[in-house]
Design a protein. Structure first.
Length: 465
C-alpha cells in the first residue's frame, strides 16, 4: 500500500476518513467469527456510491483486494480482509432515504441497523419481518450480503424475499441498479437475487429497496419444556402438519437455556432438572380469537409428547424477556468457552435425525455441542465447544467432525448454511454440497463481475478449486 495510493484515497473521501493506524486496522480486521483477525492495510469510510466507485476503480487498476465491511456481526468470516488490501466500511451510508407508505416500500442505505429500520417503519404501521438475532447491531446491507434470516423466517421468509432492487457498485467501478421497484419482474436475468447472498464478492450494495407488510397487532408467545430433546424436534414438523404456521418456532437445548440464564441478568425462567430442551413458539395476526384458536391447536399437538407445563407470556415484559433469552444464546455460549458455530439446515422433518447425528459425531471426536436455532425452518445452529479438549485435538479432530456433520446434513437433503453464509470458514466444505462443475460455474459468474478478482477474494470457493 504505497503513499501514492493512500493519497489517492484521501483525495476521494478526505484525509479524516482514511485510516492506516494499527488500532483501526485491527478493529476492522475481525467480525464475530471465532477469534480470527485479518487487518486490512487501510480502512476507508466513503459517504456515497460515487466515492465507493472511485475507490474501487483505483483498486481495480492496481489489483488491490477490496473487502466491503458493515456491522462486523457476521459468523462466517465474510468481512475478513484475509489478503489485506482496502477495507471499505459502509458505516457512513446510514440513512433511511424514503418510506413509501402507498406502495409499502422503503429505500435505505446499507449501514442502517436492522432494528432501527424495523422500528422506524413500525411507527408508520408497517412491518419489516426479517429479524436476525443480531438485529440490534447488524446492518441491513450485511443482511442482504448474507441473505440473513432469523426467527420469523419460518412464516415470513428471509432477506431475499423482501429485496426488490439494489444500487450496486461493481468491482470495476460502474454503478448499476439491478432490477425495478415492482413486486413482479420477469425482465431479463434476476441480478437482484444474484446479488442477495453473494457475500460481498460480486458488488458493493449502496442502496436497497425493500418491500414491507402491514404490521400485525397481536401475538401469542409460549415456551414449551420437553423432557426429551428429540421429541422437541419431532414436535416441530407435527405442528405444521396440523395446519398451523407459527410466526416463530425456536429450539433451545438445555445447555443453551442454562448458560443464557446465567449470562443475562434479570431473566427468571424456572427449568426443572430433567428438562432437555424448549421450543419457543409464536403465532401472530390481527384477530385474537384466531390466534387463541391456533394456540389451542398447538397445545393439542403437543399433548402427544412428553412435555412439562407450558409457559404463556401474558405481558409485553414477559414476551420481551423470553425473546431476550433466545437472542442471547450465542453470546452466552461465546462467554462460556472457545467455540465454533456451524449453521446447518435440513427439511424440518429431519431435525431429530440431525440432532441425534450431531451428538453421535461429537462423541466420536470428543467434543461437546450446544444446539439451538430456527427449528421451524429446519435451521439448527451447532455450537461446538472446546471445553477441556487439547489444542491439538481442537485443531485436528474437530474439523473431521464438522465435515461429518455437513455430510450428514447433505445426506438428509439439507445444506451447509441456512443464513450465516460460507465466507472464509466454511469454504473448504463446499465440495460436500456441490460438484466441481457447479463450483466452477459459480466461479465463472464471479469472474464476469470481477475479472481481476479484487472484491472479497478468498471467500466461498474452496482453496483447492
Amino acid at each position: 500500500m504505497t503513499p501514492e495510493i493512500i493519497a489517492k484515497l484521501q483525495e476521494i473521501t478526505g484525509v479524516s476518513f482514511v485510516f492506516t493506524d494499527d488500532e483501526t486496522r485491527n478493529s476492522y480486521g475481525h467480525d464475530e467469527t471465532e477469534d480470527f483477525v485479518f487487518p486490512p492495510h487501510v480502512v476507508v469510510k466513503p459517504a456515497s456510491a460515487r466515492e465507493i466507485s472511485a475507490i474501487v476503480k483505483i483498486a481495480n487498476d492496481y489489483k488491490i483486494p477490496v473487502v466491503p465491511i458493515g456491522g462486523r456481526t457476521g459468523l462466517s468470516g465474510g468481512a475478513l480482509s484475509i489478503h489485506g488490501g482496502i477495507a471499505i466500511s459502509t458505516e457512513r451510508l446510514n440513512r433511511i432515504l424514503e418510506i413509501d407508505e402507498r406502495n409499502l416500500q422503503v429505500i435505505t442505505e446499507p449501514a442502517v441497523i436492522t432494528q432501527v429500520l424495523q422500528d422506524t417503519v413500525l411507527d408508520k404501521g408497517l412491518f419489516y419481518p426479517v429479524d436476525p438475532s443480531s438485529r440490534g447491531s447488524c446492518f441491513i446491507g450485511g443482511n442482504v450480503a448474507e441473505n440473513a434470516g432469523g426467527a420469523r423466517a419460518v412464516k415470513y421468509g428471509v432477506t431475499k424475499d423482501y429485496v426488490l432492487n439494489l444500487e450496486v457498485v461493481l468491482p470495476t467501478g460502474e454503478i448499476i441498479w439491478t432490477g425495478a421497484n415492482t413486486l413482479k419482474n420477469s425482465t431479463g436475468y434476476n441480478l437482484t437475487q444474484l446479488m442477495v447472498g453473494s457475500e460481498g464478492t460480486l458488488g458493493i450494495v449502496t442502496k436497497i429497496v425493500l418491500k414491507l407488510l402491514p404490521k400485525n397487532n397481536h401475538n401469542v408467545l409460549m415456551l414449551v419444556p420437553f423432557y426429551k430433546a428429540g421429541q422437541a424436534c419431532e414436535a416441530v414438523s407435527a405442528i405444521f402438519r396440523a395446519g398451523i404456521v407459527p410466526s416463530a418456532l425456536e429450539f433451545m437445548e438445555r445447555d443453551a437455556i442454562d448458560w443464557t440464564l446465567k449470562f443475562i441478568d434479570g431473566l427468571n425462567v424456572a427449568v426443572k432438572a430433567d428438562i432437555q430442551a424448549h421450543l419457543l413458539i409464536e403465532v401472530d395476526g390481527n384477530y385474537p380469537d384466531i390466534l387463541f384458536a391456533e394456540a389451542e391447536k398447538i397445545m393439542q399437538v403437543l399433548e402427544q409428547f412428553d412435555i412439562d407445563e407450558i409457559l404463556f407470556a401474558d405481558t409485553d415484559d414477559q414476551k420481551n424477556a423470553l425473546w431476550k433469552m433466545r437472542r442471547g444464546v450465542a453470546e452466552a455460549v461465546k462467554s462460556n468457552s472457545v467455540y465454533k458455530e456451524e449453521d446447518t439446515v435440513v427439511p424440518r422433518y429431519e431435525l431429530p435425525r440431525l440432532l441425534e447425528g450431531i451428538k453421535t459425531i461429537g462423541n466420536k471426536y470428543g467434543f461437546k455441542s450446544v444446539c439451538y436455532g430456527h427449528a421451524g425452518d429446519g435451521n439448527l445452529h451447532v455450537n461446538i465447544i472446546k471445553g477441556d479438549m487439547t489444542d491439538e485435538n481442537w485443531k485436528t479432530e474437530v474439523p473431521k467432525g464438522i465435515r461429518e456433520i455437513f455430510e450428514l446434513t447433505v445426506a438428509l437433503k439439507g445444506t451447509l448454511s441456512g443464513e450465516h453464509g460460507i465466507g472464509y470458514v466454511q469454504k473448504n466444505f463446499m465440495d460436500i454440497a456441490f460438484s466441481k462443475q457447479q463450483l466452477l460455474l459459480m466461479k465463472s459468474i464471479k469472474a464476469v463481475f470481477d475479472p481481476n478478482n479484487i472484491l472479497n477474494p478468498g471467500k466461498i470457493f474452496p482453496d483447492s478449486l
